[in-house]
Design a protein. Structure first.
Length: 94
């Protein structure tokens, strides 16, 4: 299991509960958007999509937004008619 899988599993559970919202997933000093949310962000915010390896040779689309710009970017989505959720990654220590 790659280190990225618990993070992606947590993101997918949050996204499942917030299907109608763009999920800004805080990891450290960045908000990360994955899959469709990343593609939407690239279109609306004119950001670059990169990929994140999640193990087994699989990569998923991702874009990062500095934490300092997160609320402003969420407001941009709101002006375009999208809901957004800003959520932090909860990791298990030890």
């Amino acid at each position: 299991m790659s280190k990225g899988q618990p993070l992606i599993s947590q993101y997918l559970a949050i996204k499942e509960a917030n299907k109608d919202a763009v999920v800004f997933f805080q990891v450290g000093t960045f908000y990360q958007l994955y899959y469709y949310d990343a593609e939407l962000a690239a279109s609306i915010l004119h950001t670059k999509i990169i990929s994140r390896a999640i193990g087994g040779g699989q990569k998923i689309p991702m874009c990062g937004i500095p934490k300092t710009a997160g609320r402003k970017r969420a407001e941009t989505f709101a002006r375009e008619g999208y809901r957004s959720r800003i959520i932090g990654y909860a990791f298990k220590v030890g």
